[in-house]
Each structure stands twice: as C-alpha cells, then as structure tokens.
Design a protein around this ligand. Structure first.
Ligand SMILES: C[S@@+](CC[C@H](N)C(=O)[O-])C[C@H]1O[C@@H](n2cnc3c(N)ncnc32)[C@H](O)[C@@H]1O
Length: 190
C-alpha cells in the first residue's frame, strides 16, 4: 500500500481533529483507544452519537470522567478500564465504527513507564481495521522520541504498508518537525 505524505502548520492534535471532522462530520460510533486525560474523548463526544474510550490507567478514567462531566457530555461515552488490545471484548459485536483515535505513548505528567507497546498496539490496530465502517477513519499519533516509540512507529509504518485493501493512508508531518517529533498517520477506507 502506498503511503502519501503531507506537511501541516497546525499542531498534530489539531490536524488529527480537523482530518477526522473533514471525513466524518457526524460519526455514529467512535472509539478513543487511548483515553489519557480525555481531550480526544471530549472532541469525539462533541460530534459522535456514541463514544467508547479505553485506557489501562484508573487515573485516565477519572480525569476523562471529570472533563466530560464538566462539559455535560458524560452520557455519550462509555469509559472502559481495559487495554485497547482487548477492545473486541468490550465493543458490541455487530456494529461498525466510524472513527478510531490512537494517541500513543504515556499519560503526560504521569508514570512514563506505563506506555503503549508495539505488540498490543498492532493487535489493537488489527481489531480497529476489522471494525471500521465503509467510510471510517483511523488516526494514529506516534512518538518516536519516547522510549520504544521509534520501533513502535516503524512497526506501525510496516503494518500500514502491508494493508492490501483499498485505503488512503497518509503520513502527516509538522512543518517544525525534528527527528523526535510526533507523527500523525491517517487511514481512510475508500
Ligand atoms: C498520550 S496519552 C493519550 C492522550 C489522550 N488521548 C488525551 O486526549 O488526553 C496515552 C495513553 O495511552 C494509555 N495506554 C497505554 N497502553 C495502553 C493500552 N494497552 N490500551 C489503552 N491505553 C493504553 C496510557 O495509559 C495513556 O493514558
């Protein structure tokens, strides 16, 4: 599969949100595969009918719950204390999903050892692609500057390259990119 490249002046978080909004104006079901402090979950609840959000840290669930409560959108989301590699055990079996967001790495200002790992990330991506609706999008923010982050990103690039179905895959770089800057990948179903 060919991966296109583009550059953005925006922050990659903004770029991820903008790209998702562009392709999925009113998603039915969205998934935040790495809830963290809930910024992405909150973004997804603004436009989606239903959101499922996953994290392995209790602190992430608490922080996200508070954010959504404050913004009055808690009723739209199911917060799940589990690894994204087990998403299929928690998502309804007979649905398709319009948006998956992966923002890899560790929870900012927290234990940097609790970090996404290549093996479980690839397992989760495989689950995501099998659930993806016919106009769905997966966004993946990868952090080559984090411990283990570069090999995780390389494995993701290999995984994207190995896709044989008809997807549009884009590698988005920040204009201010350095070697260790985050990178954004999007996969759209055609
Ligand atoms: C960069 S943070 C996510 C930021 C978040 N999306 C936000 O908007 O605040 C990465 C998160 O991934 C979580 N994480 C690590 N391994 C995970 C796994 N196997 N499944 C789900 N979440 C995981 C970490 O606990 C951390 O909270």
């Amino acid at each position: 599969m060919m991966i296109s490249t583009r550059f953005t002046q925006h922050s990659l978080v903004t770029e991820a949100h903008k790209t998702i909004r562009c392709y999925q104006t009113n998603p039915n079901i969205s998934v935040d595969a790495t809830m963290g402090n809930g910024h992405d979950t909150d973004f997804l609840t603004r436009h989606s009918k239903t959101v499922y959000a996953f994290d392995i840290q209790e602190a992430a669930l608490l922080s996200t719950e508070q954010r959504l409560q404050k913004n009055n959108r808690l009723d739209k989301v199911t917060l799940i204390h589990a690894g994204h590699e087990l998403m299929n055990k928690h998502l309804p079996a007979s649905v398709t999903i319009d948006v998956f967001m992966f923002n890899l790495g560790y929870l900012p200002h927290s234990d940097e050892a609790i970090i996404t790992k290549t093996k479980s990330t690839l397992k989760a991506l495989e689950i995501a692609i099998n659930y993806l609706s016919h106009t769905g999008i997966i966004s993946i923010m990868a952090y080559p500057g984090h411990a283990g982050g570069r090999s995780e990103m390389d494995a993701i690039i290999n995984w994207l390259n190995s896709q044989t179905a008809n997807y549009v895959i884009t590698h988005i770089h920040s204009m201010q990119e350095t070697q260790d800057s985050p990178r954004l990948f999007t996969l759209l179903k055609l």
